[in-house]
Design a protein around this ligand. Structure first.
Ligand code: NAP
Length: 278
């Protein structure tokens, strides 16, 4: 009899994570004999934790704050997309012990958008608010869509300029943070990737009053699930997308990397995750 597959999520501190709920559900659904562990790893212990997982035959692990960037020097290989993002959220350890880093956030962000709304106005640019790791994922995902261009606006303008220069392929336009309201009025899709709206943070202030009726407002913050931005968008009759699906679809891409199975966001999983927010 073979040993159960082992996978984990590492982070520090690792207080609340939904990844074990998601992966355990898919392991059960697809008959994968395995366990998915929650593993708090302090920054100084990163190297030894990776070594331990390699020695113990883990298939891989997910990475959350604050290890997404600092893990890169510990890896044997980094997939091109993760290299471009400068961050890794999924690691695979193959049967020869070779450790490869991937980033599935961009895939998850766009998959969630595509599954949640049938379409959004692609004759207008998209607006990405923020310039952190999630904004890079958004930019990379959206640049694959057939859009005129992608606008990026961030409180610290230089960071938006860096994102545009590093991943923009000449199709990203930097908008001053003070001009985000005008940019929102001309966008077919508005994506919040800042921490604004998250529990403990102020709401994102962006004027939706002039947004086109068919504009889609996507908030990748999922704590709370319905942020003040999404509330306002819904009140204005705009279509909205929550961040929970992004979490699920980036996890699905990780599950595929480890087990070569693309799992579904089925009703049982939806119910389990939504129950967490009730
Ligand atoms: P990050 O790299 O730390 O970036 C944070 C961003 O928020 C930066 O652009 C920062 O602007 C901006 N910001 C912070 N405080 C602000 C303020 N007071 N006013 C205006 N802007 C402010 O974080 P991240 O990894 O990109 O994550 C961002 C958010 O996305 C988090 O809420 C995270 O939970 C969420 N997320 C969700 C998923 C999902 O699966 N749904 C996945 C990844 C991330 P400055 O550059 O000016 O500081």
């Amino acid at each position: 009899m073979s040993n159960p597959h082992k996978a984990a999520v590492i982070g520090w501190p690792l207080t609340h994570t939904l990844s074990p709920v998601i992966h355990s559900h898919w392991m059960a659904t697809h008959g994968v004999d395995g366990v998915y562990e929650k593993m708090p790893v302090a920054p100084d212990d990163l190297g030894s934790a990776i070594n331990k997982m390699k020695m113990e035959g883990y298939v891989g692990f997910n990475i959350t704050v604050p290890h997404k960037e600092m893990i890169i020097p510990h890896l044997d290989k980094v997939a091109p997309l993760a290299r471009l993002m400068g961050a890794v959220n999924t690691v695979k350890i193959d049967e020869n012990g070779v450790i490869t880093g991937f980033n599935t956030d961009g895939i998850g962000l766009v998959a969630n958008l595509q599954k949640s709304v049938a379409s959004w106005p692609k004759d207008k640019p998209a607006l990405v608010l923020g310039a952190g790791g999630a904004a890079r994922a958004a930019a990379l995902g959206l640049l694959n869509e057939d859009l005129p261009f992608v606008m990026i606006s961030n409180r610290t303008r230089e960071k938006a300029e860096t994102v545009a220069a590093e991943v923009g392929r000449g199709r990203m336009v930097v908008i001053d943070w003070n001009s985000r309201h005008e940019a929102a009025a001309s966008s077919g899709l508005i994506v919040n990737t800042t921490v604004l709206g998250m529990h403990g943070n102020p709401a994102l202030d962006v004027d939706l009053s002039r947004a086109g009726k068919d504009t889609v407002v996507y908030d990748i913050v999922y704590q709370p699930l319905i942020t003040p931005l999404l509330n306002e968008a819904a009140e204005r009759g705009l279509r909205t997308v929550t961040g929970l699906g992004m979490l699920v679809y980036q996890a699905a891409a990780a599950f595929k990397i480890w087990f070569d199975i693309m799992p579904e966001y089925d009703d049982v999983l939806k119910e389990r995750l939504e129950a967490v927010f009730r």
